[in-house]
Ligand binder design. Structure first.
Ligand SMILES: C[S@@+](CC[C@H](N)C(=O)[O-])C[C@H]1O[C@@H](n2cnc3c(N)ncnc32)[C@H](O)[C@@H]1O
Length: 337
């Protein structure tokens, strides 16, 4: 039996608050109601209230980690291969499920939802990031609604459906690094803009930037880009739908800075970037490679006869066991700067 305060329903919330503030309410037991009364379990006596004794059910202790939440459902071997890291996009999580755990995927999804009350839905990666649009197929494991979400980064808000467009929170630091380099009056071309996380951040961080052309070939990304421009209240970003090669032709020699965030394929667009960047302008080149030397080699082999200098090469994030996502800053025709 546990000591408790018996309160009429209409007064119960006020009394619960008072008991909570005085530190006597027992949080490990479930509050119960009966015949118009609420019974508030106590951990010790308190003066000023008439005390009663009642049976209470113990609250189940909420697991804090995914492994802990699954330790009664999965075997030790299964727990050992469970991937506990996952990406969150606002109220959505995307997790990788090893093949061997596919039959338990819904249980894993539900457990992830339980230990992260801020999440609305959990999806699993159902394919690699693939195709020209760089999109990954997803399968819902638990929760409600679709894969459209709102994500906040560096004070900007992005809306997107992660099953229709590319987005990764893992480029957050790189986006800030690029945005911080932009100078007043610059024209920027974000050739592979997606839903706008480079372009919109630049517009927000550098209000004196002249304009930012943001192009993407994926119609879904373009629609969200337009919405995100509105959401973030900027008039500096010009959304363009189409192939970067075609778009660049209309802006030949116009850009002070070009962002090329299309790893794997970036090298094929180096001539495109060179055609739209001014002499002395900067190209932010993103690629996957095993080493800094490989990045330099890739640039050298694809830049043609252009006069250029690589200012920096840095690792942005790990991509696979043997590859990193690299960012190289290239300056076109340093001599004339
Ligand atoms: C790796 S994602 C990067 C998106 C964005 N920069 C970001 O950080 O989220 C590459 C984007 O390039 C777009 N893309 C692919 N080929 C393209 C092309 N030829 N012209 C324009 N955009 C293209 C894809 O649709 C995709 O949104």
């Amino acid at each position: 039996m546990t000591l408790c305060v018996k309160a009429r329903k209409e007064n119960a919330e006020k009394i619960r608050q008072d008991l909570f503030e005085k530190g006597v309410l027992d949080p490990s037991k479930k509050i119960k109601t009966r015949a118009g009364f609420v019974f508030l379990p106590l951990r010790k006596k308190i003066s000023g209230y008439t005390l009663h004794e009642e049976e209470f059910t113990q609250k189940e202790e909420k697991a804090r980690s995914l492994k802990k939440a699954l330790e009664k459902t999965l075997s030790e071997d299964e727990i050992s291969i469970l991937k506990t890291s996952f990406d969150t996009f606002g109220e959505i999580a995307v997790i990788e499920i090893p093949l061997e755990l596919e039959s338990k995927e819904k249980t894993i999804g539900k457990a992830l939802l339980d230990v992260n009350p801020q999440l609305r839905a959990v999806f699993k990666k159902a394919s690699a990031v693939e195709g020209a649009h760089r999109v990954r197929s997803l399968k819902k494991l638990a929760g409600t609604g679709n894969a459209e979400t709102t994500y906040k980064e560096h004070g900007c808000t992005y809306k997107f459906d992660i099953s229709k467009v590319f987005f990764t929170p893992r480029l957050s630091t790189e986006r800030l690094r690029v945005a911080e380099q932009v100078k007043p009056g610059e024209v920027v071309m974000d050739l592979f803009a997606g839903v706008g996380p480079f372009s919109i951040l630049i517009a927000k961080k550098q209000p004196l930037v002249k304009k930012i052309y943001a192009s993407d070939i994926n119609p879904a990304a373009f629609e969200y880009l337009k919405q995100n421009i509105e959401l973030n209240k900027t008039d500096k970003v010009i959304p363009l739908l189409g192939d970067a090669k075609e778009i660049a032709k209309q802006h030949s020699g116009e850009a002070d800075r070009v962002i090329m965030n299309l790893p794997r394929t970036t090298k094929n667009y180096l001539p495109t970037a060179l055609s739209c960047v001014k002499e002395g302008g900067v190209i932010h080149y993103h690629t996957f490679a095993g080493s800094e030397e490989e990045v330099k080699e890739e640039i050298k082999n694809n830049i043609g006869a252009a006069d250029y200098k690589i200012l920096t090469v840095r690792q942005v994030r790990t991509y696979s066991p043997s590859e990193w996502n690299y960012a190289a800053d290239i300056i076109k025709n340093l001599i004339s700067k």
